[in-house]
Design a protein around this ligand. Sequence first.
Ligand SMILES: *[C@@H]1O[C@H](CO)[C@@H](O)[C@H](O)[C@H]1NC(C)=O
Length: 997
Amino acid sequence: MLPLLLLLLLLCFLFSPPTIHSLNQEGLYLHQFKLSIDDPDSALSSWNQRDSVPCSWDGVKCDPTTLSVTQLDLSNTNIAGPFPASILCNLENLTSITLFNNSINSTLPLDVSLCRSLVHLDLSQNLLTGALPHTLSELPNLKYLDLTGNNFSGQIPGSFGRFQKLEVLSLVYNLLDETIPASLGNITTLKMLNLSYNPFFPGRIPPELGNLTNLEVLWLTQCNLVGVIPDSLGNLKNLKDLDLALNNLYGSIPSSLTELTNVIQIELYNNSLSGELPPGMSRLTALRLLDASMNHLTGKIPDELCRLPLESLNLYENRFEGELPESIANSPNLYELRLFGNRLTGKLPKNLGKNSPLRWLDVSSNNFWGEIPATLCDHGKLEELLMIFNKFSGEIPATLGTCLTLTRVRLGSNRLSGEIPAGIWGLPHVYLLELVDNSFSGSIARTIAGASNLSLLILSRNNFTGTIPDEIGWLDNLVEFSGNDNNFNGPLPQSIVNLGQLGILNLHNNKLSGELPKGIRSWKKLNELNLANNEIGGRIPDEIGSLSVLNFLDLSYNQFSGKLPLGLQSLKLNQLNLSYNRLSGELPHLLSKDMYKNSFLGNPGLCGDIKGLCDGRSEAKAAGYVWLLRAIFIVATLVFVVGVVWFYFKYRNFQRARAIDKSKWTLMSFHKLGFSENEILDCLDEDNVIGTGSSGKVYKVVLGNGEIVAVKKLWSGMKKGIDSGDIEKGQVQDSVFDAEVETLGKIRHKNIVKLWCCCTTRDCKLLVYEYMANGSLGDLLHSSKAGLLDWPTRYKIALDAAEGLSYLHHDCVPPIVHRDVKSNNILLDGDYGARVADFGVAKVVEATGKGTKSMSVIAGSCGYIAPEYAYTLRVNEKSDIYSFGVVLLELVSGKRPVDPEFGEKDLVKWVCTTLDQKGVDHILDPKLDSCFKQEICKVLNIGLHCTNPLPINRPSMRRVVKMLQEVGPDNQTKAAKKDGKLSPYYYDDGSDHGSVA
Ligand SMILES: *[C@@H]1O[C@H](CO)[C@@H](O)[C@H](O)[C@H]1NC(C)=O
């Protein structure tokens, strides 16, 4: 019986129905949500249907007693798809939804208002588009609404004024393009209103915002605000943070703002505010940070303001005058004081820095005088000491020599004197030491050996003496050493050839003697060598020919002797001056050119085809006849000119049918020219056209002396893009054009196409560039000849172009934004060296330090335009970096920036989705040798980094150069060795502000 019973039991056990754990209704809704959304990273993998309640699922929170879902937080999970309001709003107790930083797209549906319990809704940093749902204000309990960083457009619905309990409204970084509605003034519960960075239509600050008496934060940065600041803002008694920066507000700062007794921070920079700071600022007892820079404010900096315990005071680029109140030195917390570009006078408070942890001090471009306070670094925090263009006198206080935190020291253009404290030379973090135009004396101390970060050492126009110490050769990061117009003597130290980063060595007008050191070939980056007016002798070493980027060479007025090195011929110099030495022998053939006719004067032993050489002896004899020769010359010139004029008019009649009127050409030239404008005009035949761009035709012109140049003919009044890909609206204004051309003409960099000159008439302009034999990268890469570009060549092109752009962004003052970076604007010389070209639409960005000006012209080409640029018209370096990222993707993939193959997408989107869905092998150009795959992937990564949709996440161009260099095969080991510790000079992304030129 027993076995039978056991068997029965066993059977019962086997066939008994399993316990049913069915998911509750709310769980089913959430599961439905999971099915409705794209989840590429399986962030919802813990959402298991076999659970009975969803309370343990990632991102889900329930009420502990009723087990009803109350919160959903799926931030940073990479989920994508439309916001499923109709599903989520079934969760009747859901009070908080946070989907921050995902790819929620499409429009936000009107029925989001069905989520009746919602208190907290955060959909910031997603891809939502279209209008803001006017129904949002129907959510009776909503307190927190954050839609920052989406693509919402149109207006802020007037209905938003009906929110019952809203405390936080943040709509930053969208595309809202109407005005700010006055009805927002009805949301009296509001504590934070943040509408910054929207391309609003120009409008006033609604005075009704003064009704928001609970408001603690009002952020309206860059909202296209015009008009005056309404008095009513003084009613915001609870306000802690008022930010109205980067608008076009004018009028004076209303005195009602002094009633903001709780305000901690006021940002008014970059407006057009005028008048004086209002009286009564002493009432702002909570104020810690005030920035009213870049306005037109006048009058004195009030003493009562300086008595507040401020932390940061920025009033630069205004018209303040009078003295800086002594009381500022008693501020216990002051760490930032920037007053440059005003009309301030008097002495700096003598205890400045004694009572507070001063970190940044910039008083440049004022009329301050007296001594530099010795207390500036008393708290050991001072990093930037910027005092250029004042009348400071006396010596540099010795206390600064122990201020180890210093990174930038600029004391140029003052009346300072005495010796530099030895400690200053060796400060370990200083990368810029600039002392030009003072009366400093003494010599460079050997302690300079400790200045391991020094990049720029600029000592020009002082009374420095002594020899240049051997220790200078230890400064691995030195990029510029300028010490011209001093009394340095003795030879250049042999160690100076160790400076592998050196770009500029300028020591003209000193008393240097001896010979050039051996081994100068290691100056691989030397661009400018100016040792004119010294007593240096010996031979000019043949090695000089290996300085491949040398551009400017001036050794005039020295005692160099012997033959000219043949290597000189291989340099591509814009400036060559070896005059007044003791050189002898035959001039190398390639230097016997007219453009060098003033390069070799006063070397009696030097012979060549250039007039004036080798006739030193006859000169003296001829001296007596000079007046006669002059007279004859003048007569002959007159006859000649009359003849030419006569001939010209004849010729002009004959040529009338020709398209170009040569009569009123004006020539602007930036380099020593070996040709004349007429020579160019004669060659502008249709046969010579090598390209047609958006702004005009490009001709190849072979000049009489065999040189080849590229000539771009622009027609003023041109508006239409001829390249189908180009967008170019608006008209180029003449004066602006000229100013720009002049700036660009001055640029000298190995990776930037040289602009030789520019000729203008009323209706036509010619730009003469150096000729680039291999045309544009775009043409080559997307043609049948793409095979010529193997990976090492492409890598080199990427690095070259990056260096060119980095130069424009970081080394030009003011910085230049290219605005039309694309593969067609990267030109290749005979050796596939790349140069950035066509600044047709480049504008010099006024270096405001913080903001950038809005441009009136859209520029750029399809597929290259950074997302923020297309709608805000805000131009900054970051938009160039995006475009450069697209070029990197082109180099890696071999694809065009826009291609029918991608459908709606552009290259950036195509790369992103293909990478996600199919993997990297589907992106890389099959023409590239797979043995480089690792390197190519690294460059791809840099490209993706540069094309980040958020400008703030893109690296600076300087950083891009570094990253690219680290990819290179020969630099990998080096980078590893340095352990990523590179000169801060290269990581310094803060642009120098305008006054510190
Ligand atoms: C929501 O919460 C209320 C009150 O706590 C409760 O009675 C109700 O059952 C909850 N709803 C669900 C679907 O659990």
